[in-house]
Design a protein around this ligand. Structure first.
Ligand code: ZN
Length: 229
């Protein structure tokens, strides 16, 4: 009789303990699986690169470049000369509409450390104002011609100087294959590539670069995204 009573209590108690253990084990295992799952699907960041074009806009070659970039959904950076903007205002609107970054390359391609501070100010501010007048956006990036930045230049606006690490020398060779070779040998994650949309060879090379680097897994971004994350 006593044994029966004992079994009457002990069996449900063991059953409860067993069920609790099963529940705990299943929960822990699910949690571990979820953690492992999260780890295994973590996306590896793609290498990024910025294509930059100086000295434009060019009435003949910039439209070809913009067309090619638009088809590929690639965003680039254009450092414009004020004196070239005047006759190509519609190209700025197209650049803006297509999501490219527009920066300043001075008004008349001057070497900023070789002229007076007031002339340097005028060269930059006059170009910035014209870009703002056309696009409604005031440029914040500047590519100093010849890479000659004047660090102590006091400007009434803050400009981010944008240099480069891959110089394609496209103006010199005017040869797409040579330009591609230079990029292949020097490009890395975070590279800023210097080109000029003033030559047919540069446009062809630039589009080939976008195709080749996209194939290799690179993402094309505007220059400010590499300098000011
Ligand atoms: Zn230039």
């Amino acid at each position: 009789m006593k044994i029966h009573r004992f079994l009457f209590w002990i069996i449900p108690v063991f059953l409860c303990i067993f069920l609790l253990f099963c529940h705990f084990y299943t929960t822990t295992e699910n949690s571990l699986n979820q953690t492992a799952g999260r780890t295994s699907v973590t996306k590896v960041e793609a290498p990024r690169v910025a294509l930059t074009f100086d000295d434009g806009p060019n009435a003949r070659y910039t439209p070809l470049l913009l067309e090619g970039l638009r088809k590929r959904n690639i965003h680039a950076t254009f450092f414009l000369l004020g004196e070239n903007i005047l006759k190509n205002k519609e190209l700025l609107l197209r650049m803006q509409k297509d999501g490219h970054l527009i920066g300043c390359h001075t008004w008349s391609h001057v070497q900023l450390d070789k002229i007076s501070p007031s002339s340097a100010n005028r060269e930059i501010l006059k170009t910035n104002s014209l870009i703002y007048h056309i696009t409604g956006t005031y440029p914040t990036c500047l590519r100093p011609p010849y890479g000659a930045w004047k660090k102590d230049l006091e400007l009434p606006v803050t400009m981010l100087p944008v240099f480069w690490d891959v110089d394609t020398l496209d103006w010199q060779s005017q040869n797409p294959e040579n330009i591609l070779d230079i990029v292949r040998k020097n490009v890395q994650d975070g590279s800023i590539i210097l080109m000029h949309d003033s030559y047919d060879s540069s446009v062809r090379a630039a589009l080939a670069i976008t195709d080749e680097l996209t194939e290799k897994g690179y993402d094309f971004v505007t220059a400010d995204q590499l300098l000011d994350p």
